[in-house]
Design a binder for this molecule. Structure first.
Ligand code: FAD
Ligand code: UDP
Length: 375
């Protein structure tokens, strides 16, 4: 028998799960959430491996936000474990804090030189300021530019070309500005007011978000394979917008990753959650799950990340690639989508083709619901 839903939601990640929850609890609507994967939670999915270690299957996910609304919303579905992410980088055979900060200077340069460089930076920008590397390279003071060139070469250039297959200048400046030089001794990767990990993991949190009367979930279900036994009034699509339109305007570029998970017979493998390798090796970073989840056992699991080219249908489109020409193509897809906006909405990291962090995906879903769905 044909089953009817008010909404069909494609994708059980943050965007899809939250809109489904809102529709059911705030608007009394029914929603079928489908995902082609065999699990909920999208790229935030976590699970235990054979060694019993809770790990993030699609790469390390650290939750941080300055939005009270986002933190409050998720707090209805999880308790939290305080966690401040710290990252080290292997540069010139030495281990330095990333983002590059005043401690990084002191590790890499002799004391007097480090003091001189710190003084130049503080004179140029003031203490406790964050400066994107591409901006610092344009500073009128030669000494600042020289230091910026050093940081660019040792921290940004190699990492970025590995991660994106492009040089920093070929990307939107917002990409490298995510990790600005920090004129401070604060060695936290994020300075957001809310930095916590879901106490029982992301997947458990998603189970609770989706456990609403009126919400049904169908896994291993691709939109393309959805049979005629399902009917619905409106559709929310959180997958790749170019795929939805059958690439009619051309392929939007994405970057993919290969994860090499290794489990070692030791309690901890590295000093902090993440170690970056900006210059050496083919991988960009190694993340140790136990630091993030704060679990301890006799074994520990790390994820070694190898960026790779994305091949539609073969690899996972993990990252939209932020640059003007891609944005222009995306705008053309948005114009196409607007023609049928009464029936089909697009949102999420892939639907919007935006480099959203988790809190931004949550914020976007809540705003979409309030402005375009219930309004
Ligand atoms: P997704 O989680 O991608 O969900 C979309 C879902 O749609 C997928 O499950 C997919 O299978 C499904 N789907 C797509 N097309 C179809 C179809 N045709 N039929 C059926 N199902 C379909 N954010 C942070 O805040 N902190 C971090 O530390 C962090 N680390 C990250 C690390 C990596 C490697 C990556 C890739 C992202 C990271 N993020 C992080 C970002 C975070 O993953 C996203 O913001 C968030 O998952 C976006 O949620 P979403 O619902 O938009 O998309
Ligand atoms: N980046 C870099 N060196 C580093 C860390 C980051 O060059 O040691 C640049 C790189 O271009 C990267 C971007 O900053 O893609 C954003 O880094 P972030 O850690 O936010 O990336 P994500 O966790 O989203 O992969």
């Amino acid at each position: 028998m044909k089953k009817h839903y008010d909404w069909l939601i494609v994708g059980a990640g943050y965007t899809g799960a939250i809109i489904a929850e809102r529709l059911a609890t705030q608007a009394g609507k029914t929603a079928l959430v489908i995902d082609r994967r065999d699990h909920i939670a999208g790229n935030a999915y976590d699970r235990r491996n054979d060694a019993g270690v809770l790990y993030h299957q699609y790469g390390p996910h650290i939750f941080h936000t300055n939005s009270h609304a986002v933190a409050d919303y998720l707090s209805a579905f999880t308790e939290w474990l305080p966690y401040e992410h710290r990252v080290l980088g292997m540069v010139d055979g030495r281990i330095i804090p990333i983002p590059f900060n005043l401690t990084s200077l002191e590790i890499l340069f002799p004391k007097a030189e480090a003091e001189r460089l710190a003084k130049i930076l503080i004179e140029a920008y003031g203490i406790d300021q964050k400066v994107p590397i591409l901006k610092m390279r344009e500073n009128p003071v030669q000494g600042v530019r020289d230091l910026a060139d050093f940081i660019y070469k040792n921290v940004f250039y190699g990492y970025t070309t590995k991660q994106w297959g492009l040089e920093p200048e070929q990307l939107s400046p917002s990409v490298t500005a995510r990790v600005p030089v920090h004129i401070s001794y604060d060695d936290r990767y994020f300075q957001d007011s809310f930095q916590n990990m879901p106490k029982e993991g992301y997947t458990k949190m998603f189970e609770r978000i989706l456990a609403q009367q009126g919400v049904s979930v169908s896994l291993n279900t691709d939109l393309a394979d959805l049979g005629s036994e399902v009917s619905y009034d409106r559709l929310l699509y959180t997958g790749a917008i170019d795929e939805y339109f059958d690439y009619v305007l051309g392929e939007l570029p994405y970057r993919s990753l290969d994860f090499n998970f290794q489990t070692y017979r030791q309690q901890r493998h590295q000093a902090v959650g993440q170690v970056n390798y900006p210059v050496s090796h083919d991988f960009t970073r190694i993340t140790e799950m136990g630091h993030l989840t704060q679990e301890w056992s006799d074994v520990t699991t790390v994820a070694i990340e190898y960026p790779v080219a994305h091949v539609p249908g073969k690899t996972i489109p993990y990252y939209p690639i932020p640059r003007d020409e891609n944005q222009e193509l995306h705008n053309r897809y948005v114009a196409l989508a607007e023609k049928d906006a009464a029936n089909v909405l697009f949102a999420g990291r892939l639907g919007d083709y935006r480099y959203y962090n988790m809190d931004q995906a949550v914020g976007r879903a809540l705003a979409l619901f309030n402005k375009s769905i219930v309004a």
